[in-house]
Design a binder for this molecule. Structure first.
Ligand code: AMP
Length: 451
């Protein structure tokens, strides 16, 4: 195994690494070092937790000469405010013996304070795209000296709809620059962005997305509905010793709040939540409290928690099953970090069966299923999304059997589509009158989740 000494680093960096207790580069650090240092465009595929921040920062810091000029020379774009804070922190740790100026800027905070900090002169700027663009428009921030652009978590950026903002930023950056992108997954959107804007980048990649880390054990519970999931979760969380730092994922904000409300009474002092509707301060506080162990349980949405670097997470619980298998990989990657053992659990309902199959397909493995403990109450209550849609009353065009709730109707329609290519009479009528084909739309949750 290589040592940091083999990477041709300078003494200040080696000393900083040694202070951090890091002796050997991680695989992505080893692979990316020479390529990033060469000045070529680079696309790195690496999950968070692999040491990817230092994979780009080590070669950048090694080559960054001391300069008295005030305009930033390195720009790091990250998707969320939390990541700005985290990346700045990592750079500062690495810069312990280097005289450089690092600044993080993000939206939702006072722009004038940031302008002042910029005016004082910086070498490395870490930013979210929106705030960066706003600052560039004020002209206090001059981007003409940027030599290196890093875009971290490109897949999340594109998921969050930052494509246009990124393109606007590319427009105002000097053309002659090195582009370094890191993404946990190679999605079609990422590929498009690369093809459109980058000059035949070198690719470095470790762990193909879909390869879970060996030190994460995975198990699954088959659970009928939301409230039974809450009961099961409550049962598990009672074991404070085993479940000592638990990150619970849900797909969307409303679900995060709903779950939080349901757990709050019992776990009030141990519980926090983050999603994008929470204020910046609230989110930072939640993360800090979870990080430092003050709170044992954090409920989070995918996008918020992706990329967060929190150590010693004992369990990742997938309260729902993500539609995109990659998200499952991201979620479980929050545990088992730095080669520690981690446990991942996933709760699946019947409606989530297809999603779990896709995940298992991606990982090429089956997740073992556990029995729900007998003491857990199986609830029959349903939340709004689980109930069949409310039916239209008194519609003269409606035939009686239109009232069949969603799933049964779908089974039937699937059967029809196989046996009778013309579709049933009901379908034809429905098409003619442009009525919704079904009121129990099985994709309802799915669509809402993606919002
Ligand atoms: P990242 O993937 O950049 O989020 O890094 C994950 C964690 O690994 C961070 O806490 C880093 O400080 C840590 N780390 C980075 N490089 C190394 C290394 N070579 N050895 C051990 N830990 C590292």
């Amino acid at each position: 195994m290589a040592h940091f000494e083999d990477l041709n680093l300078n003494t200040p960096l080696l000393n900083a690494l040694s202070d951090l207790g890091f002796t050997t580069p991680t695989p992505i650090q080893e692979q990316a070092f020479n390529i990033v240092a060469s000045g070529k465009d680079v696309v790195g595929i690496a999950q968070t937790g692999t040491g990817k921040t230092y994979a780009y920062m080590l070669p950048i810091l090694k080559n960054l000469k001391f300069s008295k000029q005030d305009n930033p020379r390195v720009l790091v774009l990250v998707p969320t405010r939390e990541l700005v804070v985290q990346v700045v922190d990592e750079i500062e740790k690495l810069s312990k013996y280097i005289n450089n100026r690092v600044l993080g800027v993000y939206g939702g905070t006072n722009i004038n304070t940031q302008k002042q900090a910029i005016a004082e002169g910086i070498d490395i700027l870490v930013a979210t795209p929106g705030r960066l663009y706003d600052l560039a428009l004020t002209r206090v921030l001059q981007l003409k000296s940027i030599q290196k652009l890093v875009i971290d978590e490109v897949d999340v950026m594109l998921d969050l709809g930052f494509r246009h903002q990124l393109i606007n930023i590319f427009d105002i950056l000097p053309e002659k620059r090195q582009n370094i992108m890191f993404s946990a997954t190679m999605t079609q959107d990422v590929d498009l962005l690369i093809n459109d804007f980058f000059k035949t980048p070198e690719r470095v990649s470790i762990a193909v997305s879909g390869t879970p880390l060996d030190n994460i054990s995975q198990q699954r519970y088959i659970v009928p509905n939301f409230y039974t999931k809450v009961n099961l979760l409550t049962h598990l969380l009672k074991d404070k010793e085993h479940f000592n730092k638990v990150l619970i994922f849900v797909a969307y904000k409303r679900m995060a709040d709903r779950l939080f409300d349901n757990l709050d009474e019992r776990f009030h002092d141990e519980l926090c939540v983050i999603h994008s509707n929470k204020t910046q301060n609230y989110r930072l506080r939640s993360i800090e409290q979870f990080r430092n162990g003050e709170n044992r349980i954090l409920v989070a949405t995918d996008v918020m928690a992706r990329g967060l670097d929190i150590d010693n997470v004992s369990h990742v619980i997938n309260f729902d099953t993500p539609d995109f298998p990659e998200n499952y990989m991201h979620r479980i990657g929050r545990t088992g970090r730095a080669e520690r053992e981690g446990e991942a659990l996933v709760f699946t309902t019947k409606n989530e069966q297809e999603a779990i199959e896709n995940i298992e397909l991606l990982m090429k493995m089956t997740i073992p299923v556990l029995e729900i403990p007998e003491t857990v109450t199986i609830s029959t209550d349903l939340i709004e999304e689980e109930r069949p849609q409310i039916k239209e009353r008194n519609n003269p065009n409606k035939r009686r059997d239109d009232d069949v709730p969603g799933p049964a109707f779908h089974e039937k329609s699937e059967k029809n589509s196989k046996e009778n290519l013309g579709g049933s009479y009901k379908f034809k009528i429905a098409a003619k009158y442009k009525k919704p084909k079904t009121r129990g739309d099985k994709n309802y949750n799915r669509r809402n989740k993606r919002k």
